[in-house]
Design a protein around this ligand. Structure first.
Ligand SMILES: [Zn+2]
Length: 453
């Protein structure tokens, strides 16, 4: 009897170990199968370490951006197009970590967690093709307008989340990859998709987060007058303004980008409220674009006061902004305060029935968004010049972000079109490009006019 119970106990222990092992394997399988299958030694997908077949990547109108012909990767026929979308497709050596051919490799190789790498007749089905939301011609326009300068241009539909334009420079022709190491200055950060993976000092575009807090928390803020004589002494420090703006309302202060007025507004708000509205605007968190994680823009004003706090409210201090995240904030202002997360895949593949294609979050009240939007519309009419953006119904904000070190500021221009037929939000950044209105705004004008044609 004793022997029997010992054996039973042993059997029980072994069964338990077996079950535990199975559970561990299943968990590991679901977490890592995709990585295992993409090992270059997997002969179902690879020959001599190279993929032997892959689905085709299309743009939103069916232009081929990348395809595999007889084991060789080919890109769009037009050199400007393939250079403009290089960060979207990725390069042949997978140096661009956020490129579609790296991120969506499972789908392109026809692998999925249920069917594995099984293929009927060993042929890839059209299921392994990818359609991106990008408009290749619009990307080419943006690439040309950046004209050799470093930076990024993003345009997306703030109602559906579809990214139409995504360009990051420097770039290169993926069919003739350059020797990047031989020319480090020209190709600085060339494998980084700046829209997704960078964070820049925002400068005055950040005033759109400060203004939202002011609308919600400062009594009668729309009628208050702020005095600007070109500078403001705060303790032992000085906040300076490009010129003496005199008596200004918050609307005029936004249009003239008056630092002095926004310094006073920020001090009236205090650090806690500024922090809250920075967080709501998307700082200190990342977005996921069909699984691609963006870099995090940071604003941290806990225990910050005086001139440092004032500079933070003007978008300087230690603030940084991720371009895509900021573009999504522009979309939220346009979309009655509801931010739609941008996306890059036009269709979600075989799991489309469980993935929600539109991810939304309220970041401002509808009333605050409307007031902010009106101020941004006034910026165009009173300062940037409606004639420069004819027919676009442009609501926008410039930024000229000081970066120190004797370098030119980063030029920003961000905003949206208040149009039912073209609900587009955008961001343009030119690194060390100088003034936002002179360097970045004309690029936005050209790209947005092309987008509505
Ligand atoms: Zn001023």
């Amino acid at each position: 009897m004793k022997l029997l119970s010992t054996r039973t106990a042993l059997v029980l222990i072994y069964s338990l170990l077996l079950v535990l092992g199975l559970v561990a394997f299943t968990v590991k399988y679901f977490n890592n199968a995709s990585a295992w299958v993409q090992y270059p030694t997997n002969r179902h997908l690879y020959a001599n370490g190279k993929l032997h077949s892959s689905g085709t990547i299309y743009d939103c109108s069916g232009s081929i951006l990348m395809q595999m012909v007889d084991g060789t990767t080919e890109f769009n026929k037009d050199k400007t197009v393939r250079t403009a979308v290089m960060h979207a497709t990725g390069d042949v050596n997978s140096n661009v970590a956020t490129g579609a051919q790296a991120v969506f490799r499972d789908r392109l190789t026809g692998w999925d967690i249920i069917n594995g790498a099984y293929r009927f007749n060993n042929k890839l089905s059209s299921r392994s093709d990818l359609t991106l939301t990008l408009d290749a011609d619009l990307c080419a326009t943006a690439y040309k307008e950046l004209d050799g300068r470093r930076g990024t241009v993003g345009v997306y539909n703030y109602k559906t989340g579809e990214i139409l334009c995504m360009v990051s420079t420097p770039s290169f022709d993926p069919e003739n990859p350059p020797d990047v190491e031989a020319n480090p200055e020209k190709y600085e950060g060339v494998y980084i998709n700046r829209l997704f993976s960078s964070a820049y000092t925002p400068g005055s575009v950040f005033k759109l987060a400060t203004a939202a807090a002011a609308i919600d928390h400062l009594n009668n803020v729309e009628n208050n007058l702020y005095h600007c004589d070109g500078k403001l002494q705060i303790g032992g420090d000085m906040v300076t303004c490009p010129s003496a703006h005199g008596e200004v309302t918050i609307e005029q202060a936004l249009a003239n980008s008056c630092n002095t007025a926004f310094a006073q507004i920020t001090l009236d708000l205090g650090a806690d409220r500024l922090q809250k509205y920075a967080d709501l605007a998307g700082f200190n968190s990342r977005l996921e674009v069909d699984g691609i994680k963006t870099a995090i823009g940071k604003v941290n004003v806990a225990d910050v006061e005086g001139a440092d706090l004032a500079w933070a409210g003007i978008g300087q201090y230690t603030n940084t902004a991720n371009p895509l995240n900021f573009m999504a904030y522009m979309g939220a202002i346009a979309n009655d305060g509801v931010r739609i997360t941008p996306r890059i895949l036009a269709d979600q593949g075989i799991f489309s029935f469980i993935t929600t294609s539109v991810e939304k979050k309220r970041v401002l009240s509808a009333e605050t968004a409307e007031k902010l939007g009106k101020m941004m519309r006034n910026n165009t009419i009173s300062t940037y010049g409606e004639g420069n953006f004819r027919g676009l119904e442009l609501c926008a904000k410039t930024g000229t972000a000081e970066v120190g070190g004797g370098k030119q500021p980063h030029a920003w221009f961000a905003g949206y079109l208040d149009r039912e037929d073209f609900p587009l939000a955008f961001v343009v950044i030119i690194e060390n490009g100088g003034s936002g209105s002179r360097a970045a705004a004309p690029v936005a004008a050209k790209v947005l006019q092309a987008a509505v044609r």
